[in-house]
Design a binder for this molecule. Structure first.
Ligand SMILES: CC(C)(COP(=O)(O)OP(=O)(O)OC[C@H]1O[C@@H](n2cnc3c(N)ncnc32)[C@H](O)[C@@H]1OP(=O)(O)O)[C@@H](O)C(=O)NCCC(=O)NCCS
Length: 339
């Protein structure tokens, strides 16, 4: 018996209510709307409410995706949450989401590949489903990045936002050419110091507790995002340019075959560079960076959802997803839309 195909049969996105504009940031750090918009393409981002957790954003996106697929949580076989801002160190945010959705007795776990979490998760779920392990998987990218940025650091706090995106994946007939086609994943940990956030409970040994710490902390005393922005930018453009070529070559497809590029929404200039590499006009690129900022693992599913809810996706269209993240960890997925 050949392997089943894997399809996105439900999709949803959720953004917390509060919007923080660049004008709001002008009052907090030495920056301007003009600088942020010109260098990043970002005009606003959504910020999680005080009484919300990452799992709450994930639950809202998941409910929409389940309703869109026309199924209930009881019909799900596995739940994966990609997040770098979990509710707790343990248990996993996925188990919290499972419980909040009223699900029981199916495996639930988190994956951590920062902004590439959803792209990694899609590859992982597809492999497990093609192997016959699960028939229906709920995959969510959810983040509250605003909780781990240093709101006094103008080089990083302007970039990030909060949100969640979710998809229901279902196994289909083995001869169906639509659905997920394949993925390419990479990581190179030698770049780890260019973009990172220390563990909130570092240092690691009892003796080290007495040593001074030299990492960045936010105003509440928690570890916060540290980044060498221009170096990250340079590597991101290069690696994304090569990974999109790699995945197309692997599946014997050409630039001109792609109907939609759904990139990680970190910076409009990085997105433009990848689109240029693929000779794609920006009107064939999902763009949410202006309104969402960088929502890490939530950015790709929310961008795909944006295309879906605006009615721009058609059955059979070829979609290329890509992301670049701290680590560095990067990758791409190809799929034919089958809804
Ligand atoms: C962060 C980023 C927007 C900065 O843009 P840049 O063009 O590289 O700018 P630089 O960091 O070289 O800084 C240029 C100047 O702007 C200043 N600057 C930085 N942030 C600023 C802000 N928010 N407002 C005004 N000025 C700012 C810097 O202090 C520097 O000033 P100087 O020349 O007087 O030293 C850009 O590097 C970037 O997007 N990098 C990738 C980040 C990313 O995608 N991370 C996530 C990957 S998943």
């Amino acid at each position: 018996m050949s392997n089943p195909s894997v399809h996105i049969t439900g999709i949803g996105g959720y953004l917390p209510e509060r919007i923080m504009t660049n004008a709001d940031l002008e009052k907090m750090v030495d920056t301007t709307d003009e600088w942020i918009a010109e260098r990043t393409g970002i005009r606003q981002r959504h910020i999680i409410a005080e009484d919300q957790m990452t799992s709450d954003l994930a639950v809202e996106a998941a409910k929409i995706a389940l309703a869109d697929a026309g199924i209930t949580i009881d019909e799900i076989d596995a739940l994966i949450v990609a997040t770098t801002t979990p509710d707790l160190i343990f248990p996993s945010t996925a188990t919290v989401v499972q419980s909040k959705l009223g699900g029981k007795d199916f495996p639930a776990w988190d994956i951590q590949a920062v902004c590439s979490g959803f792209v990694y998760g899609l590859a992982q779920a597809e492999g497990m489903m093609r192997g016959g392990m699960f028939k229906r998987v709920l995959l969510i990218g959810a983040e509250s990045m605003s909780r781990i940025v240093d709101w006094t650091d103008r080089g990083t706090c302007i970039l990030f936002g909060d949100g969640a995106g979710a998809v229901v994946l279902e196994a289909g007939e083995s001869d169906d050419a639509n659905g997920l086609i394949g993925s390419v994943l990479h990581a190179d940990g030698s770049y780890r110091d260019l973009l990172k956030a220390h563990h909130p409970h570092a240092p690691m040994t009892p003796e080290m507790h007495h040593e001074p710490v030299d990492f960045r902390i936010d105003s509440a005393g928690a570890a916060a995002v540290e980044m060498k922005g221009n170096e990250v930018f340079r590597v991101a453009v290069t690696k994304l340019g090569s990974v999109v070529n790699e995945i197309l070559a692997k599946h014997e497809l050409k630039d001109s075959d792609i109907d939609w590029l759904v990139p990680h929404q970190a910076n409009i200039r990085i997105i433009q560079a990848t689109a240029k590499k693929l000779k794609m006009d920006l009107n064939r690129v999902a763009l949410t960076v202006e309104k969402h900022g960088n929502t890490s693992s939530a950015s790709v599913p929310m961008a795909l959802n944006d295309l879906y809810v605006s009615g721009r996706l058609e059955k059979g269209q070829l979609i290329l997803l890509e992301a670049f993240a701290g680590g560095f960890a990067w990758g791409a997925n190809l799929l034919r839309w089958s809804k």
